[in-house]
Design a protein around this ligand. Structure first.
Ligand code: AOF
Ligand code: ZN
Length: 428
């Protein structure tokens, strides 16, 4: 199968992590951010409905993917819908079946599911068995589940039971939506998302290091939605010193129950060398007593510098990196047992939010599965705060655009790496 770059670009009104109408407050929704409605009753129409259902548990089902399911009767009327419950709760299909009041309505009906129904008996009976033994006639699936316990076996069970199975409706969009889960399953490591806002001339901060307020309020609202999407939010120590970022979800349209776990990366020990006033500000504005955070620094930095200024931060977990390199040490630490313990579940994803040095280091080390990049109509000049990986066009890292949009006067471009395109988007 070949897929050219154009084929990867999503339908209008859909970002890499959901439809805009589900993400932004309604007064931020400019007309070009609205979807072209699907024709009523079509497979795409119902798959959008199944996706919309799963969005209600955005960021809450991990390590399970947030799946949606809609059951439709033989006359095209909705019977019920369901979504994956909070871990370790029921799967979407089971939730939808539990909400059916008249089982006769299922005869000859269709189930729309955003991921292949599972084939294993885990905490629940297998969803493929549930569908296979039901009077539902047709099952429409967005994409296959690469979990070795499933991996096509769900589809096989359905076909063996004589069901009509269609695969691939909104598959790119739902692959992006489940990218955390899919990356963990296929690449056996956490998804690394890179997010930044830059001026039109490529500065992530001005030369005096101020990086706040480059992008507008709609872009900021989307950034907070992204924080809900990823398990960890990581920034470098310089960003901490310059911006005292809160790294929480404040400005999000939908009610949210979780917060990402903030991770700070200090490869040179600059936090330890700050004057007392700055350290006090870091403690009161970002690390905060009672807030669970992770600080990662090389062993040599932690050995050399007194940590007394961190006293009182009982929920701060300090982790030593054996050397100085990012790959694979830092990723190993991020997916290791201490971070898993602090998060309360296995780490499936991390979003690197800056600054320019940290992003440059990650990109240079070959990391970056998905990019959310905002460009604002501002020119600052300057040269200190740019992504600078120093490659020629021949050696350039080439990405694939999956979505782009104008958010007020900013332009958002969302891209995936070659590896994600070939190994996660294509096999679906
Ligand atoms: C579905 N429907 O709603 C979800 C699925 O540990 P368990 O038994 O809950 O199974 C987890 C796996 O099930 C998960 O890794 C993924 O492969 C699949 N998720 N499957 O049929 C759902 N969330
Ligand atoms: Zn299931």
């Amino acid at each position: 199968m070949t897929l050219d770059s154009y084929d990867l670009i999503f339908a209008r009104g859909i970002s890499a992590t959901g439809p805009w109408e589900q993400i932004l407050p309604h007064d931020f929704l400019q007309p070009h951010l609205l979807r072209t409605p699907e024709s009523e009753g079509s497979d795409r129409f119902w798959m959008m409905e199944a996706w919309t259902e799963s969005l209600k548990h955005h960021g809450l089902t991990q390590p399970n993917p947030a799946v949606g399911c809609v059951l439709v009767d033989a006359f095209g009327k909705e019977i019920s819908r369901g979504l994956t419950q909070l871990f370790p709760g029921a799967h979407a299909e089971k939730t939808a079946f539990d909400r059916v009041t008249n089982s006769n309505s299922l005869v000859g009906g269709t189930a729309y599911v955003t991921l292949e129904p599972c084939a294993h008996t885990g905490r629940n009976a297998s969803c493929a068995d549930l569908l296979a033994t039901s009077p539902i006639r047709r099952i429409v699936i967005a994409r296959a589940d690469p979990n070795p316990l499933v991996q096509g076996k769900g589809i096989q069970k359905l076909r063996a039971a004589g069901k009509d199975v269609t695969i691939g409706i909104l598959s790119r969009e739902l692959t992006a939506w489940n990218l955390n889960f899919l990356t963990q399953q296929i690449l056996k490591r956490p998804l690394v998302a890179l997010k930044w806002a830059q001026t039109l001339d490529g500065q992530l901060a001005d030369d005096s290091m101020s990086s706040q307020w480059i992008s507008g309020r709609t872009s900021r609202s989307y950034s907070h939605w992204l924080r809900q999407h990823y398990d960890l939010v990581l920034v470098g120590a310089q960003t901490l010193v310059s911006d005292f970022p809160q790294l929480d979800i404040r400005d999000c349209f939908r009610p949210h129950q979780g917060q990402p776990l903030p991770v700070f990366f200090d490869p040179k020990g600059i936090l330890f060398q700050q004057p007392k006033e700055i350290q006090t500000q870091i403690k009161s504005r970002t690390l905060k007593p009672g807030r669970k955070c992770i600080l990662i620094a090389p062993l040599s930095v932690l050995d050399k510098n007194p940590r007394s200024w961190l006293h009182g931060l009982s929920d701060l977990v300090i982790l030593a990196q054996p050397g100085h390199s990012l790959a694979p040490e830092l990723i190993d630490i991020i997916s290791g047992p201490e971070v898993e313990k602090a998060l309360g579940r296995p780490v499936q994803s991390v979003m690197i939010e800056g600054g320019s040095k940290t992003l440059t280091q990650f990109i240079s080390a070959g990391y970056g599965d998905i990019f959310h990049c905002f460009a604002a109509p501002i020119l600052t000049g300057g040269e200190k705060n740019r992504i600078s990986i120093k490659k020629t066009l021949n050696q350039a890292t080439r990405l694939h655009t999956i979505a782009s949009n104008q958010l007020e006067s900013d332009i958002l471009i969302e891209m995936i790496s070659e590896e994600v395109k070939n190994r996660i988007f294509l096999p679906s």
